[in-house]
Design a protein. Sequence first.
Length: 307
Amino acid sequence: MNPNDIPQDYAAMEREFQNLSFSEASLSGVDLSGTDFSHANFNGADLSKVNLSGSKLVWADLNRANLNQANLSWVNLFHASLLWANLNEATLSGANLSSARLNHANLKFVKLIETNLTEVDLQGAVLTHADLTRANLFKAILKETDLTDANLDDAILRESNCEGAILRAACLRRVDLEKAQLQETILNEADLTKADLIGADLSHADLTNAILVEVSLELASLLNTDLSGSNLEQASLFNANLEGAVLKRANLRNTDLRHANFKNAYLEGVDFYGSRVKGALFNDVVGLTEQQKQWLKGNGALNICYL
């Protein structure tokens, strides 16, 4: 089919274009809302500013397609392939991108509000300043993904793989990251207020100056994690592993630290005021004052060294 015939056929109420090839086609600015392009090939096509809202692109090939400023709200992109695609400033709010592949795609300033991204592959993609408010990223792959300044408030990232991702200054308030893989993730200056990180692996992550107020970190792994200057007030680190972690000048006021492991941690300037420390292990820690050691031991902390 000649791609140039699409606008004319669409005007004649044709809405079925499954299994057709539109590779390298130029359809910039065309209104194609509510159309079925399932299994269609748009490889390398120019779809900038196109209106595909409410359309079906199940298993479609959109690799390297230009979807700059495109309207893809409520589109069904289940299992679609968008490798290296340009989705800069595109709108995908309410869309279904479950199991889609967006490796190395450009998603700067994209709108993904309440979007279904379950088991999506975004490895190496760029989502700086993206809006993923209330998006569902259950078991999503976000390895080495750049989410600097992105908004993920109230999003679901349970069991997601964010290893090596960049979430610098991102908004992650009330986000569900239970059992997520966040090894070597950059989260400095991120806001994780009231986030659920139960059982998450944050080993070797950068959480310097992060806001972690009322965060749930029970059973979490923070092995060699940098929490310098972070605010963990009223957080729960019950039975968390902070072995080798750096908490220089961290705020642990009114924090639940019961049975946490601080072995070899660096604790200079930490504020423990009002925290619960019964059963917490402080083997070979560095930076505690004698007054802090006495207070910790008096409140049930274990293995305090006075030498």
